[in-house]
Design a protein around this ligand. Structure first.
Ligand SMILES: Nc1ncnc2c1ncn2[C@@H]1O[C@H](COP(=O)(O)OP(=O)(O)OP(=O)(O)O)[C@@H](O)[C@H]1O
Ligand SMILES: [Mg+2]
Length: 390
């Protein structure tokens, strides 16, 4: 005889939640290598050359000249090692003409798609790292109560991030400018506004404020809140939750550009149509019907998790290009186990120590991301030029 399973009470769910939380806290060391704190990689001379575009004699010349960080020689004097801040110092010097011109403001880019698991968070982090390695200063804002991006930065959303240090106080009106929530990260050139699960309450706070005050514009809170940061950073990247929520609408309306990662499979493609449909309805209702305006500098579709062995993906890619035409970026991020195995479980191609970056899968993923970052940098520079009327 099958005995009926015991009903699960709310108390039991509470106990289970505590248990899972405590296991996550215990295994954080294993999830966030090394020593449970993430570390930026170090670079040798050939990697410095690749990142700066200098040749060996130019690097040697600048080292002799001594106006840039000289790194450290190993014990035999055969190899030089640079820290990540040192490498960025070189890059910002060599690429100074590629950086945000005086008088221009940061570009704000949201990564969005209400389908879950399409690589929004991975895209946001990889893009932040890639842009920082081109010399830009990046602020990333985690708008997802799941806090996956926060976790990728080596912080556990609830035990290490207080909800008062997320975007929530902006939404509730307790704060009006994002500065209070900005923290440095393990990665030079990237600052973070972290998330915690209570950020979820934004979904109640914003509509409640809207119904009390018809003049309130719930969709513009983040937009106004990040204004001061637009002068302090070159790029502001916002990771969004897999929902077209009040928070996501704030992220999209605060942005100059939108990137939608889209794996070429039929379900993800179909749901992307709903995303744009809903987004268009909402923005028309909220903005256009009130006489407001909103323009985006670009909307990019990024083909992600592309499995070239999957026959079906070929025709879905054709549908995607028929539907999104010139909005599809000319690059594909391959489906690659390597991108999730670099630096323990949580890391990107840029986190990986270049020493173990020699496999073919890794190289393909790395090169695809480099091309992606380059395409976004091009659009960012065009945005700055337009701002300056050039
Ligand atoms: N190129 C890739 N190939 C294979 N797996 C990948 C790739 N990029 C990311 N992943 C993995 O896919 C999963 C989902 O990625 P990610 O968390 O970035 O998606 P997401 O859209 O942010 O998800 P969510 O909707 O939950 O926020 C993760 O386990 C991630 O490690
Ligand atoms: Mg995510």
């Amino acid at each position: 005889m099958v005995t009926a399973a015991k009903p699960i009470t709310l108390d039991a769910i509470g106990e289970q939640a505590d248990r899972v939380k405590s296991v996550v806290a215990q295994v954080r060391g294993a999830m966030l290598a090394p020593n449970s704190r993430k570390k930026a990689p170090t670079y040798n001379t050939s990697q410095l050359m690749a990142l700066t575009g200098l040749d060996k004699s130019q690097v040697d010349y600048r080292i002799r000249k001594g106006d840039l960080p000289t790194g450290r020689l190993n014990s035999t004097g055969s190899r030089r090692e640079f820290t990540q801040p040192e490498v960025r110092h070189w890059i910002r010097d060599i690429r100074r003409d590629e950086l945000r011109p005086e008088g221009a403001e940061a570009i704000t880019i949201a990564v969005g798609n209400f389908k879950g698991g399409v690589t929004k968070t991975t895209t946001a982090l990889t893009l932040a790292q890639g842009l920082s390695l081109r010399g830009h200063r990046v602020l990333v804002i985690d708008c997802d109560p799941q806090g996956s991006l926060t976790t990728l930065f080596g912080l556990l959303p609830d035990s290490e991030v207080n909800v008062d240090d997320t975007v929530l106080p902006l939404f509730s009106g307790a704060q009006s400018e994002i500065g209070y929530a900005i923290r440095p990260t393990y990665w030079d050139g990237i600052d973070l506004v972290a998330a915690a699960s209570l950020l979820f309450s934004a979904e109640f706070v914003l509509p409640a404020k809207q119904s009390k005050d018809p003049k309130f514009e719930f969709w513009n809170v983040l937009n106004y809140g990040i204004d001061p940061a637009r002068l302090d950073y070159d790029v502001i990247l916002i990771d969004t939750p897999p929902a077209l929520s009040y928070t996501t609408i704030n992220a999209l309306m605060a942005s100059d550009g939108i990137i939608m990662p889209l794996p070429p499979n039929a379900l993800d493609f179909a749901s992307s149509a709903q995303f744009w449909d809903l987004f268009s309805d909402l923005t028309t209702q909220l903005v256009a019907n009130r006489g407001g305006e909103k323009e985006f500098a670009f909307i990019d579709i990024l083909l992600s998790k592309v499995d070239t062995n999957d026959g079906a993906s070929t025709y879905v890619r054709e549908w995607i290009s028929a539907a999104y035409t010139d909005k599809v970026l000319p690059v594909e991020i391959p489906k690659a186990a390597a991108v999730s195995t670099s630096s323990a479980e949580f890391g990107t191609v840029y986190d990986s120590s270049p020493a173990n970056a020699s496999t073919r899968t890794f190289k393909r993923a790395y090169e695809a991301y480099e091309r992606f970052v380059e395409l976004i940098e091009d659009q960012t520079q065009a945005f700055w030029r337009r701002q300056l009327g050039a």
